[in-house]
Design a protein around this ligand. Structure first.
Ligand code: ADP
Ligand code: MG
Length: 466
C-alpha cells in the first residue's frame, strides 16, 4: 500500500474520532515520511510534538499499525527530519513513493487483539454503513432476484468493469438502500482495510457546498478520490442541484472508475430518465451495469413479513402474515410499518397476535387503501382525458388513437384495483386476459422510454387516487 493512502485513511479516521476542532488544530498539520522501514510522523515543532506525544500518539500509532499491517511508527519533531519524502494532508511537499510498503520482518506485533478490534470498529464507523443491512436479512424473490445476484457478484469482484458503476433503481421502499449497504458490509467484511464510504447524495451536496465556502475543493477531491468503494444513495438528488455538485461528482466518479474502484449508486429511476442531469453523467451512469428492483409480489411480501417477525423473535401465524401481505402492496417499508402496527396493537390490547387483532390494527390504513377506484371510473377518466367515447374504448377498434388509451386504462385497472386479468379483460369489451397482459407490457416499456408518456401516466394515477 502506498504511504499516501495509509496516511489519508489514518487522517480520516482520526478526524472522525477526535472531532473536527481537535483534528484541525493538532492533526491536520502533521506530515509523514517513510524512513528506515518506519513511518515517521512529523510535528511542526517541539511543542506540538510533546503535546501530541502525550495525548494522541497512542491512537495515531495504533491506527497506523493496523492500516499498514504492522509497520512501526515514531513521532518526531520537524528539526529532526531528513530530506526524504514527506506528505501531509494540507501541504504536499513531494509525492510519496509509489512502491509498496512491506511490514518490517523484524517487528513483531505487540498490540493485542482488543486494540485491533477497537480500530477495526472505528474503521467500520468511518464507512457509515448500517450493519443491520446484510444479504442475510434481505429476502430474495422475483422482484429483486437479479439485483440480489448481481449485488453478491459485485462483492466478489469489486471494481470489475462489467459492473462498474453498478446502478440500482426502483421505487420508494423497495430495498435499494438495504441492498447497497449489504454489498458494502460484505466487502467490508472481506476486507476491513478497504476504504469504504456510504452516503446519501444530499450529504455529498453538503460536502460540496462546504468545500466551496472554504475553497477546499482539493481536499474534497482528495478524500473522495482515495476511496476503494463509494456507495452513493438516491443519486437523483444531485440532478436537481445547481451548484458545482455535478461537475465535482463527474470528476470523482471518473477518477474512481479509472482506478478500478467500485462505485454503486441507487436512484428512483433509470439513468436516462433522471431530469436535469448532465448528459455526460447520464451516459457514465449507464456505462456499467443497471438493474431494477420491482415491487414484491404477494409471495415475497409474506416471506418478508415472516422474516421481520423472526428477526424480532415473534411467532406469527401464516394467516396473519398473509392478511398483512395481501392488503399492503405498495412497498416494503409500509409492509414493515403495518407489521409493527399489528404487533403494537397485540401487545397494547393484551390480546396477543391474531387475525382479528391484525384486522383491527390495520383498519385505518386499509380504509384509505380501499378507497380504490373501480374499472368503471378508470374508463370514464381515460375517456375524459383523451377525449374519446366509452363505446369506442370498449369496441374492437384498433386505431392508435383508441388503442393506446385502452391499453393505459387496462394497465391502470390492474394497478389500481384488485381485479384479476380476466375480469379486467372482460370489462373492456370481453377481451382475453393476454390482451391485458400485453397492454401492461406495452405501457410499462413506453413509460421507460418516453418521459412525457410517463408523466402523463403518473398524472392519471394521481387524478384517480384523489
Ligand atoms: P429504498 O432505499 O428502496 O427506499 P430501503 O432499502 O430503505 O428502500 O427499504 C425499506 C425497508 O424495507 C428497510 O427497512 C429494508 O430493510 C426493508 N426491505 C426492503 N426490501 C426488503 C427485502 N427484500 N427483504 C427484507 N427487507 C426488505
Ligand atoms: Mg433508500
Amino acid at each position: 500500500m502506498e504511504i499516501n493512502i495509509i496516511w489519508q485513511q489514518c487522517l480520516s479516521l482520526l478526524k472522525d474520532q477526535l472531532g473536527e476542532q481537535v483534528y484541525n488544530t493538532w492533526i491536520a498539520g502533521l506530515k509523514v515520511q517513510f524512513e528506515n522501514d518506519k513511518f515517521q510522523v512529523i510535528a511542526s515543532n517541539r511543542l506540538v510534538h510533546d503535546f501530541i506525544k502525550n495525548k494522541y500518539w497512542d491512537k495515531i500509532n495504533q491506527v497506523l499499525e493496523v492500516l499498514s499491517h504492522g509497520v512501526a511508527s515514531e513521532l518526531i519533531s520537524a528539526k529532526n527530519t531528513s530530506k526524504s519524502t514527506i506528505t501531509g494532508e494540507s501541504n504536499h511537499i513531494e509525492a510519496a513513493p509509489k512502491e509498496n510498503i512491506k511490514p518490517s520482518p523484524t517487528r513483531t506485533r505487540t498490540k493485542n487483539n482488543a486494540i485491533d478490534k477497537e480500530i477495526l470498529e472505528s474503521l467500520q464507523s468511518a464507512t457509515k454503513l448500517n450493519n443491520n443491512y446484510t444479504f442475510d436479512t434481505l429476502v430474495k424473490g422475483n422482484s429483486n432476484q437479479l439485483a440480489y445476484a448481481i449485488g453478491l457478484h459485485v462483492t466478489q469482484q469489486p471494481g470489475n468493469r462489467n459492473h462498474n458503476p453498478l446502478f440500482v433503481y426502483g421505487g420508494v421502499g423497495l430495498g435499494k438502500t438495504h441492498l447497497m449497504q449489504a454489498i458494502g458490509n460484505t466487502i467490508y467484511k472481506n476486507n476491513p482495510k478497504a476504504k469504504i464510504r456510504y452516503l446519501h447524495a444530499n450529504d455529498y451536496i453538503q460536502d460540496v457546498v462546504k468545500a466551496s465556502m472554504r475553497q477546499g475543493f482539493d481536499e474534497l477531491k482528495k478524500y473522495y478520490n482515495s476511496l476503494d468503494l463509494l456507495l452513493m444513495d438516491d443519486i437523483q438528488f444531485i440532478a436537481g442541484d445547481k451548484t458545482k455538485t455535478q461537475e465535482e461528482f463527474f470528476y470523482t466518479f471518473n477518477t474512481l472508475l479509472d482506478k478500478g474502484k467500485q462505485v454503486i449508486m441507487t436512484c428512483d429511476t433509470y439513468p436516462k430518465n433522471i431530469n436535469n442531469l448532465n448528459e455526460r453523467l447520464i451516459s457514465r451512469f449507464a456505462s456499467g451495469l443497471t438493474v431494477e428492483i420491482q415491487p414484491p409480489e404477494l409471495e415475497m411480501r409474506v416471506a418478508i413479513i415472516k422474516c421481520k417477525a423472526e428477526q424480532s423473535k415473534i411467532n406469527l401465524d401464516d394467516d396473519v402474515a398473509f392478511y398483512i401481505a395481501q392488503n399492503i402492496k405498495s412497498n416494503v417499508r409500509e409492509l414493515e410499518g403495518a407489521l409493527n402496527k399489528v404487533l403494537y396493537q397485540a401487545q397494547f390490547s393484551g390480546k396477543g397476535i391474531s387475525l382479528h387483532v391484525a384486522k383491527e390494527a390495520l383498519m385505518d390504513i386499509l380504509a384509505i387503501e380501499s378507497r380504490n377506484v373501480s374499472i368503471d371510473e378508470i374508463q370514464k377518466a381515460i375517456c375524459d382525458f383523451y377525449k374519446i367515447r366509452i363505446s369506442d374504448l370498449l369496441s374492437a377498434k384498433r386505431t392508435q388513437i383508441i388503442a393506446r388509451p385502452r391499453q393505459i386504462a387496462m394497465t391502470l385497472s390492474k394497478e389500481l384495483t384488485q381485479h384479476s386479468l380476466p375480469t379486467i379483460g372482460n370489462a373492456f369489451g370481453g377481451r382475453d386476459h393476454t390482451t391485458v397482459l400485453h397492454a401492461q407490457k406495452t405501457v410499462n416499456s413506453l413509460r421507460k422510454t418516453d418521459e412525457k408518456f410517463d408523466r402523463e401516466y403518473n398524472l392519471l394515477i394521481q387524478m384517480l387516487n384523489n
